[in-house]
Design a protein around this ligand. Structure first.
Ligand SMILES: [Zn+2]
Length: 197
């Protein structure tokens, strides 16, 4: 618990330093050229809000998307994360007296807003993980065979509950997953599903 609080404090301090640094950079650019800086901040902000909305949309739809769409969006998310890290390091370790181009101002605005939104959402996400989910009697429980590098059977419920993963090399893995499912509730799908195709 102390570790969690300590890392939260360190994280908040880092974010505060980042905010001060970025706002300073934008203000400095603003003094040199007010109009191009404002336009760059507006573009960066719009792109960041678009990203946040796209992510929210993905979260709300992820259960209903087909396998291909989910894979494509998953790779898009990974590519975006990589670009974000590159953009972040490109704009941040800079000396204050360096001239900031409008492109850098736009990227800084973008990174700053994405980081701030992530920091604001973090407590919500952690609460969501910590809260036990409520199982409804109508929630369907399915047994999945996940054919990853190492295949495994796992029971999964609409309420968000996930059972233990049983390594498919164990001959009773499927039975064990079904046992987990029946321990969790009564509405168990009879067939094994293959979520990864
Ligand atoms: Zn459930």
């Amino acid at each position: 618990m102390i570790g969690v609080v300590a890392s939260a404090v360190v994280g908040l301090v880092l974010v505060a330093v980042l905010v001060v640094f970025d706002v300073g950079l934008v203000l400095q650019a603003y003094e040199r050229s007010a109009s191009s800086t404002l336009a760059a901040v507006a573009i960066g902000t719009a792109a960041a809000l678009g990203t946040v909305l796209a992510f929210a949309w993905y979260r709300s739809r992820v259960g209903r998307l087909g396998g291909t769409a989910r894979r494509v969006l998953g790779w898009a998310g990974i590519a975006w994360s990589g670009l974000f890290v590159i953009a972040f390091f490109w704009t941040h370790p800079r000396h204050r007296d360096e001239f900031s181009t409008p492109l850098e101002v736009a990227v800084v605005s973008y990174c700053l807003i994405v980081v701030l939104v992530a920091v604001c959402l973090l407590p919500v996400a952690m609460l969501g993980l910590a809260r036990p989910t409520n199982h409804g009697t109508r929630d369907r429980i399915r047994v999945w065979k996940v054919d990853d590098d190492e295949a495994y059977f796992v029971a999964y419920c609409d309420c968000g509950w996930v059972g233990t993963a049983h390594d498919a090399t164990d001959l009773e893995a499927q039975d064990k997953a079904f046992r987990d499912a029946r321990d969790h509730g009564t509405n168990v799908a009879p067939e094994v599903e293959h979520p990864l195709g």
